[in-house]
Design a protein around this ligand. Sequence first.
Ligand SMILES: Nc1ncnc2c1ncn2[C@@H]1O[C@H](COP(=O)(O)OP(=O)(O)OP(=O)(O)O)[C@@H](O)[C@H]1O
Ligand SMILES: O=P(O)(O)OC[C@H]1O[C@H](OP(=O)(O)OP(=O)(O)O)[C@H](O)[C@@H]1O
Ligand SMILES: [Mg+2]
Length: 292
Amino acid sequence: MVKLNGDHLKLAIQKDGRLTEDTRNLLRTVGLQFDAYKQRLFSNCRNFPMDILFVRDDDIPEYVAEGVVDLGIVGRNLMVEAEKNVQELMPLNYGQCTLMVAVPADSGISDVKQLAGCKVATSYPNSTQRFFAERDIPVNVIPISGSVEITPALGVAAAIVDLVSTGSSLKLNDLVAIDTVLESQSIIIANPNSLSNTHKSSIIERLLTRFRGVLSAAEYKYVMMNVPSHELDYVSNLMPGLKSPTVLPTADPEWMAVHTAIREDVFWEAIEELKRRGAQGILVSSIEKMFV
Ligand SMILES: Nc1ncnc2c1ncn2[C@@H]1O[C@H](COP(=O)(O)OP(=O)(O)OP(=O)(O)O)[C@@H](O)[C@H]1O
Ligand SMILES: O=P(O)(O)OC[C@H]1O[C@H](OP(=O)(O)OP(=O)(O)O)[C@H](O)[C@@H]1O
Ligand SMILES: [Mg+2]
């Protein structure tokens, strides 16, 4: 029998959807042990003072704002749409998508200003209302719960506001994106009262430290190489991706061993430059966790 523990932090995550697998993987990678069967609505962590609730993602901002749970993991798109009193703590680097305005490809519309007086169908009525109001463009927002991309072909609306990731849903429906409402990814949000509670905030900080360790590690590669001694200064100062390299002598005084973490986004350029400078025996490995 699973019981919610009053001293435990409560975290709501999506039960079954696009964010579910990545969220569970992240929680397991930071060392949390918990069961997650399909039928289960909540689970106790065996090795951390936290209970996990598995819910529809639309309900997460409300549960966090009302204090039903202390924390939630949800797409930023839903947090913004819900307009609740919750605090974003950290982006989690998965579930990337963009809330966009799109129109039929043959509509001749290329600027949102041309939508003045038009109907716009969306599952994100609050975000859509705000987007057009901020630009002083009067539109009639039509709330739709799903399959928004079909609405222009049905004559329901002249434009849509919907999530786009690969863009294939737009293409399939002969739509083109003309503007961006919001860039989104998975985030962790908190109830403000939980953050001001000393006991809860210390557990939240422990959890965030673990998240940072995993997310930072994913941004870096660990590189070991031999560098000609006369190139050492240049290589050490190579670029911002190089972090405090460890330099060790080798049996040959002409060569030094250098160990360092290189940021993923400059990784290939860094390797090419290192090779140009004569680096040899370059070994690269993933970093599992990193605390800076
Ligand atoms: N095409 C996409 N690519 C990447 N991320 C997406 C995409 N579509 C949605 N997301 C992100 O994943 C979140 C969950 O999407 P999903 O489709 O699982 O929601 P849902 O069907 O409303 O789920 P639920 O049954 O929990 O209400 C979205 O709120 C958004 O942040
Ligand atoms: O740009 P793409 O990669 O095509 O992704 C965008 C689609 O993904 C989401 O829908 P989902 O597939 O979750 O189905 P839904 O209609 O149930 O929301 C979103 O609502 C778009 O329809
Ligand atoms: Mg939902």
